[in-house]
Design a protein around this ligand. Structure first.
Ligand code: DAH
Length: 355
């Protein structure tokens, strides 16, 4: 090209026209920003052809310079302009493509996030805990794997005691077992307090028994144990606490009945009944026409149990209770089969979501 430019001026101008056509074609055929940049460098770059032509002006005869110079400058301006225009076009195309590619179709159905809820046992336990903590009870989390000694012996149930028969037990080893009730938490809680007064805590948690499984029995279930010890704790206070708890949990119209009973670790002992929440005490199939439902065992802590926990029965007295949490939850929410609480069936559980 430089060779041809160096020849006669008419020829040079024709070459310029041809060069312009070539460059404009290359510009319009550039389909990417990179390709276009290649074209720019090839013609307008420091070593580009148009730059070379501009330098070449100085070599021309003075009378040739104005016309040729004007033509090369015009070519440079035109090419510069066309490259800028093509670049704008390519930028717009790229933007449009990315917009098309990244479009979110807002009419598509969204992902449905299922809302979880609390298990009815969790709900019931939280409510019981909150009511009892308002009366000054703290929560002591004991253990599920217990020793035979804590689960039975320290609660006045030595080996061979008939009360053991009532609690078919899962033994882990010869001397360790899955606790059959939360009552060993009484001993562990007392020992942890090292004789301090007052003692006022609950022990909520799972318990295990080799029971048969039916609508009201399950090998795993929950209890909420309670223990209060102080200088002058009375049976009347036990009744007060249980009544207040039941009335706040089930409603003011529920009546409480304490029935004499026997537990090796309390003396005297009682069983706690509430008036049937279904028939309001009239008698129905749920309460076996008795009008009452059993919900707990309770009593005054046996002197030997106080001693086993590090307290002196000459100086203090205490009451204890043990509620069946499953029973409470079933009565409150109208659940007629304990197995539903352990089946993890979402159709069942989802009914408690909003409660
Ligand atoms: N541990 C007893 C059971 O599982 C329930 C019980 C009765 C707990 C009397 C107590 C109590 O704290 O005083 O059958």
């Amino acid at each position: 090209m430089q060779e041809s430019c160096a020849s006669g001026m008419d020829h040079d101008l024709r070459d310029l026209a041809e060069l312009e056509r070539l460059i404009l074609q290359q510009i319009s055929e550039s389909s990417t920003i990179d390709e276009l940049e290649g074209v720019r460098i090839r013609y307008l770059g420091r070593k580009g052809e148009i730059s070379a032509l501009l330098k070449h002006i100085g070599n021309l005869a003075p009378e040739q310079r104005p016309v040729f110079g004007a033509a090369v400058n015009a070519l440079r301006d035109k090419v510069t302009q066309m490259i800028a225009a093509r670049k704008a076009e390519l930028d717009r195309e790229a933007l449009e493509q990315s917009l098309a590619r990244d479009t979110i179709d807002v009419s598509l159905p969204g992902e449905v996030f299922e809302l979880g809820g609390l298990h009815p046992l969790t709900k019931a336990l939280r409510e019981i805990t909150s009511i009892l903590s308002s009366m000054g009870f703290t929560v002591y989390e004991s253990r599920e794997a217990e020793t035979d000694d804590m689960n039975f012996v320290k609660l006045n149930v030595p080996k061979g005691h008939p009360a053991r028969d009532m609690q078919e037990t899962f033994y882990l080893t010869g001397t360790t077992l899955l606790r059959t009730h939360t009552s060993p938490g009484q001993i562990r809680g007392m020992l942890a307090l090292e004789g301090k007064l007052p003692v006022r805590f609950i022990v909520p948690g799972r318990v295990y028994r080799r029971d048969q499984t039916d609508a009201s029995h399950h090998p795993v279930f929950f209890q909420v144990e309670g223990l209060a010890i102080d200088a002058d704790v009375t049976f009347k206070q036990l009744r007060g606490v249980i009544s207040a708890l039941m009335n706040r949990f089930f409603g003011q119209d529920v009546k409480i009945r304490l029935r004499p009973s026997y537990f090796p670790f309390t003396e005297p002992s009682c069983e706690v009944d509430i008036s049937c929440v279904f028939c309001k005490g009239e008698g129905c199939s749920v309460c076996g026409n008795s009008g009452y439902l059993e919900v707990a065992g309770a009593g005054m802590v046996h002197p030997q149990v106080l001693i086993n926990g590090g307290y002196d029965p000459e100086e203090v007295s205490g009451f204890a209770f043990g509620f069946g949490l499953d029973r409470l939850a079933m009565l409150k929410y109208g659940i007629d089969d304990i197995r539903l609480l352990y089946g993890n069936d979402k159709r069942f559980l989802s009914q408690f979501r909003g409660l």
